[in-house]
Design a protein around this ligand. Structure first.
Ligand code: CA
Length: 372
């Protein structure tokens, strides 16, 4: 909804003074580039999300975007934020943005693999990029522009990275899974291509939203679940019904969430509102990552104090999963031109990034991180 309304200050300001001020706004520039003339419009949007309200990390990030946009536009661009399932189903946020029923959504691209397998590249792929590598590819390597042009535009949507969970944990299991044989036949909640790869290891996979996982696990409808990491997982209470906590989440080494915006609504936005929204999303991308990195260590300590059993995934299972993941990527690339185009861009970036991170970052981490 967009409408013109003079601000209180303008109502009080003599017309000549206002015109002078407006003209100065158009002409002005600073060391940071041109200063956009401030629009007189007011805009109200609705943002659907896929997140339970209890998660201050990820739902809090969606709220932070709205708050920042409001501040940056002097209160003239307001976005009302809804938890998962409140105005639209938690896992249909993208489609509702596409239809324009809500102007903006905060969700994870890989929830929408049913629309196209290339949606995985917006969030995470098994054995893919870490948070920093995602950002390198999205912002500096042309990855986000590529996704917008080749994928999301076909759905009348434009996307901005707006949150990262860092490397996720492997999730909660009712029983130990110390071999591939232990994993066969398990029913597990896991989204994205990680779910496809788990399927190839014999796991029966389902995708349900974060808010519904605990009750499915408690009722025994599933044997295992993953969500994000210690801080969120503690809040959702999975440790109460599935005490074995595995790592790493090899299917989500640095998952990105996005602000998805209906393209027609985006084009109707005044330029300075577009700049405010893009800046707020960029800031959210950084802040969510910082929040997870800062909060997860203490949360893991608490979980261990409750008796949670922390275990690494069996290497054998990870090796088979790695092989299956890349067979899957090649199969998808052979079947679909859009997927192939994005995959080739991504795999090139991944090769370069892994070579660099595998040299300097790895040497530092390998020497320093292990608890001595
Ligand atoms: Ca996850």
């Amino acid at each position: 909804m967009v409408y013109d309304e003079p601000s209180m200050a303008e109502k009080k300001m003599p017309r000549r003074a206002f015109l002078k001020k407006a003209a100065a706004g158009v002409a002005a520039s600073s060391v940071f580039g041109p200063v956009y003339a401030q629009t007189r419009k007011r805009v109200r949007w609705r943002m659907a999300t896929s997140w339970p309200q209890s998660l201050d990390t990820i739902f809090g990030t969606a709220k932070a975007i709205a708050d920042r946009v409001k501040t940056l536009t002097d209160g003239r661009f307001e976005i009302e934020v809804f938890p998962g399932g409140e105005v639209v189903p938690a896992l249909e946020v993208f489609q509702e943005v596409q239809k324009g029923r809500v102007e903006i959504g905060h969700t994870a691209s890989y929830y929408y693999l049913n629309l196209h397998p290339a949606f995985a590249f917006g969030s995470a792929l098994p054995f893919g990029l870490t948070a920093r590598q995602q950002n390198a590819w999205f912002y500096d390597g042309g990855g986000q522009d590529l996704l917008n042009a080749e994928l999301y535009a076909a759905y009348n949507v434009v996307a901005f990275p707006a949150g990262n969970t860092a490397a996720q944990m492997g999730g909660w299991f009712r029983r130990p899974v110390d071999s591939l044989a232990d994993m066969r036949g398990l029913r597990m909640r896991i989204p994205g291509l990680g779910g496809e790869v788990m399927g190839r290891l014999g796991v029966k996979t389902v995708v349900i939203s974060g808010g519904e996982v605990f009750s499915a696990l408690q009722k025994g409808q599933i044997d295992a679940t993953e969500f994000v990491g210690p801080y969120d997982d503690e809040k959702l209470g999975f440790y109460k019904v599935a005490p074995y906590y595995y790592y790493p989440g090899w299917w989500e080494p640095g998952t990105t969430t996005h602000a998805f915006v209906n393209l027609a609504a985006w084009r109707r936005l005044p330029k300075d509102f577009q700049v405010a929204l893009e800046a707020a999303a960029h800031e959210a991308n950084e802040r969510m990552l910082a929040a997870y990195d800062a909060k997860n260590p203490a949360a893991l300590e608490r979980l261990l104090s409750y008796g949670v059993k922390l275990r690494p995934f069996p290497k054998e299972a990870m090796r088979v999963a790695y092989r299956e993941a890349f067979s899957l990527y090649e199969e998808l690339a052979a079947k679909d031109a859009t997927y192939r185009k994005i995959y080739e861009h991504w795999i090139h970036a991944r090769t370069q990034l892994f070579r660099w991170f595998g040299t300097n970052e790895l040497a530092y981490a390998d020497f320093t991180f292990p608890a001595i």
